[in-house]
Design a protein around this ligand. Structure first.
Ligand SMILES: Nc1nc2c(ncn2[C@@H]2O[C@H](COP(=O)(O)OP(=O)(O)OP(=O)(O)O)[C@@H](O)[C@H]2O)c(=O)[nH]1
Ligand SMILES: [Mg+2]
Length: 419
């Protein structure tokens, strides 16, 4: 516990060569640490250029920013030293902070403190990590909307509703049933149903959330020699996969990241689908089939697969009516193929809507828990109170009204040190 209250420090910028690096300090002694290094107390709200030194040895000349509690990222006193980049200056300043009494921050500890000090809720904190991890503009926009508190507001609204209903039911348990209005249970059931609708609505966005965070799985499938690997290379703009006129060239599935119209896509090239006596190729075909089964979108080259986009490659040689005709050699049709993919991915998810955030995996499982609790029996006060109490518990964990150490660890350990 004493450990927890101490002042923390970390390098907040990525390691390596760069113009500027930031060393961040937060906690009750942050200003004392800064004073020890600069020789003067830091002035919140003022930007100062200072020479940092420790025991007479000059470390660097830095821009020093100070934020007084509670108006800082963590809610504590915070000082940031913007020093020269590279590996030496930030490391020496960090070590000087340790000498002055700070300790190294754990992963995500700055943001964890921001949560514990009420500066942001868990959905907003998850938005921070999602923005850092975002691979495309669309994913970043979703993360920014979370940090703006859209998810927090939506989930808080659901939680408040269910909590109110729960306390009404708990209260009803204490009074004589004959004192309750005759419609009491019906009213409670319809309020529970309304809350459940709100949860369904939030869950409907989970699919899009998964695509934004993990990428949509787009699988190139079809018979050997259809031109799958060539199309993979054409879409990536590099010769990633081996291409040859020999059927059965690709065996292992080959996966690459791609940004298609703002959607993060995991594009996978697979082994050509055919019966074969070659063990290795047969394993490739099995993997291809598993990928097709799990795909968000299948690009079926020269074959029919349920729900897939039909594509015909090599349209520089022959065209095929009824399919998206593309050529990996001339580039013809590639823009149309990308447009068709974007249309598919957009239709897979609800329209992008800032008021209705996409739940994270953690939020999704708690929303599902609340939904199933609200599906419980409502035709008796004791049962209804139980159902709604469990739903309120799940939503309390969702908004962070109640939380465990383990939960915080699991969220904040995904952060970098210094965030
Ligand atoms: N003219 C033309 N030839 C193509 C095109 N795409 C692929 N090819 C040729 O078709 C042959 C097979 O291409 P691949 O991309 O290796 O086909 P694949 O579907 O990956 O084949 P497997 O890995 O064996 O399943 C190669 O000789 C390519 O050069 C195209 O758009 N136009
Ligand atoms: Mg291939």
């Amino acid at each position: 516990m004493i450990e927890e209250s101490r002042t923390i420090a970390a390098i907040a910028t990525a390691p390596g060569r760069g113009a500027v690096a930031i060393v961040r300090v937060s906690g009750p002694d942050a200003f004392a640490v800064a004073e020890r290094l600069t020789g003067a107390p830091p002035q919140p709200g003022r930007i100062a250029l200072r020479t940092l030194s420790l025991d007479g040895a000059i470390l660097d000349r830095c821009v020093v920013l100070a934020f007084a509690s509670p108006r800082s990222y963590t809610g504590e006193d915070v000082v940031e030293f913007q020093c020269h980049g590279g590996s030496v200056a930030p490391r020496r300043i960090l070590e000087a902070c340790f000498s002055a009494g700070a300790r190294l921050a754990r992963r995500g500890e700055f943001t964890e403190r921001a949560f514990l000090n009420g500066r942001m809720d868990l959905s907003e904190a998850e938005g921070v990590i999602e923005l850092v991890d975002a691979k495309t503009d669309r994913a970043a926009d979703d993360a920014i909307s979370r940090q703006g508190g859209s998810a927090a507001k939506a989930y808080r609204g659901l939680y408040d509703k269910v909590l109110r209903l729960s306390s009404t039911l708990e209260h009803a348990l204490d009074v004589d049933e004959s004192d309750l209005p005759p419609s009491f249970l019906d009213d409670a059931a319809s309020e529970a149903a309304a809350a459940k609708d709100g949860i369904e609505h939030a869950l409907a966005r989970a699919h899009e959330g998964r695509i934004l965070r993990d990428g949509a799985l787009v699988v190139l499938a079809g018979p050997p020699n259809a031109g799958k690997s060539s199309l993979m290379n054409a879409l990536l703009g590099t010769s990633r996969a081996i291409v040859s006129a020999t059927p059965g060239t690709t065996r292992d599935s080959i996966e690459e990241w791609l940004d298609i119209g703002g959607w993060p896509v995991r594009l996978v090239d697979t082994a050509g689908l055919r019966g074969t006596s070659d063990d290795i190729e047969a394993e490739g075909v099995r993997r291809a089939e598993a990928l097709i089964a799990n795909a968000d979108v299948v690009l079926a080259l020269d074959c029919e697969i349920d729900g897939a986009l039909r594509v015909h490659s090599k349209c520089d040689m022959v065209r095929e009516p009824g399919a998206l005709n593309v050529s990996s050699v001339t580039g013809e049709g590639l823009a149309d193929l990308k447009a068709a993919l974007v249309e598919r991915l957009t239709s897979l998810s609800a329209a992008f809507d800032e008021d209705s955030p996409t739940p994270s995996a953690r939020e999704k499982s708690l929303l599902a828990e609340a939904r199933s609790a609200l599906s419980g029996p409502m035709d008796d006060i004791v049962l209804a109170a139980n159902s709604v109490r469990s739903a309120a518990d799940a939503l309390a964990r969702l908004v962070g009204a109640t939380y465990s150490e383990d939960l915080l660890d699991s969220i904040f350990s995904r952060f970098c040190v210094g965030k």
